[in-house]
Design a protein around this ligand. Structure first.
Ligand code: NAI
Length: 254
């Protein structure tokens, strides 16, 4: 694939902040024009500005990844304004934690809808452009929670589901030059983990210190730690790596 003739466009969902924003910045630094997708286009302004400041090209697009029509419209806007996407990072996510006996159906459905249905809808919408280009990279955000996590029956099921989805995408799309891999982060400092600290009644500092103490490398993760791993899977040279799950957790299981 020649960079001069093939537009290289990457789509990152949930990129207004946290891991998605760091990933969008990293892919821009790698040379991609980046579509910064999130629920509210205005919330993406910071990420877009940061990319433009470092000399890159970015576009803010509103999407609810769990909604089919919204996904169709968002991907069409990306194609029209930036070009056909060849990289997709399914990063958008929410938590609705509760112990199983207290978890209601809405908490279950909303988490499964954003992570799993969202990744399915976005992957289905983007794959046609990758297949046409005979090149594509799909990276899904899983989690160490896929291995089980108290208070997260919904989230851990969704994150384990992301791994199964990834492997099937790898099998179906490999013949078209499209790889699919998953990154499974451990504890990363973002608004998501700040919210968890609040839920368990700890200060965010104490919560981070406790997580670092349990982690072999003795620190918590940063969004850039995850962006690095996504960047690797998105590389053209990583074309023989597919269907894999990389735990980026400061230890074998975080
Ligand atoms: P975050 O809460 O800081 O950011 C998530 C972003 O997704 C937000 O900007 C939010 O508006 C967006 N979003 C939520 N629902 C959406 C929807 N329906 N459509 C479009 N955008 C939507 O979260 P963080 O920590 O940056 O997490 C990013 C991903 O990494 C998530 O999939 C999360 O489950 C995963 N992850 C995070 C870990 C952590 O420790 N922070 C650990 C393991 C996985």
């Amino acid at each position: 694939m020649s960079e001069a003739t093939t537009p290289r466009v990457a789509v990152v969902t949930g990129a207004a902040r946290g891991i998605g924003a760091a990933t969008a910045l990293r892919l821009a630094a790698d040379g991609y024009a980046v579509a910064v997708l999130d629920l509210d286009a205005e919330a993406c302004a910071g990420t877009v500005a940061a990319i433009e400041e470092q000399g890159g090209r970015a576009l803010a697009v509103a999407v609810d990844v769990s909604d089919g029509d919204s996904v169709t419209a968002a991907v069409a806007a990306v194609v029209e304004q930036l070009g056909a996407p060849v990289v997709l990072v399914n990063n958008a996510g929410i938590t609705r934690d509760n112990l199983l006996f207290k978890m209601n159906e809405n908490e279950w459905d909303s988490v499964l809808d954003v992570h799993l249905r969202g990744a399915f809808l976005m992957s289905r919408a983007c794959q046609q452009h990758m297949v046409e280009a005979r090149f594509g990279r799909i990276v899904n955000l899983s989690s160490t929670a896929a291995l089980g996590n108290r208070g997260q029956a919904n989230y851990s099921a969704a994150k384990a589901g992301m791994q199964g989805l990834t492997k099937t995408l790898a099998i179906e799309l490999g013949q078209f030059g499209v790889t699919a891999n998953a990154v499974a982060p451990g504890f990363i400092v973002t608004e998501m983990t700040a919210k968890t600290a609040e839920r368990v009644g700890m200060s965010f500092e104490d919560f981070q210190a406790a997580a670092a103490a349990k982690t072999p490398v003795r620190r918590v993760g940063r969004p850039e730690d995850i962006a690095q791993a996504v960047s690797f899977f998105a590389r053209e040279e990583a074309g023989f790596v597919t269907g894999q799950v990389l735990y980026v957790a400061g230890g074998p299981r975080g």
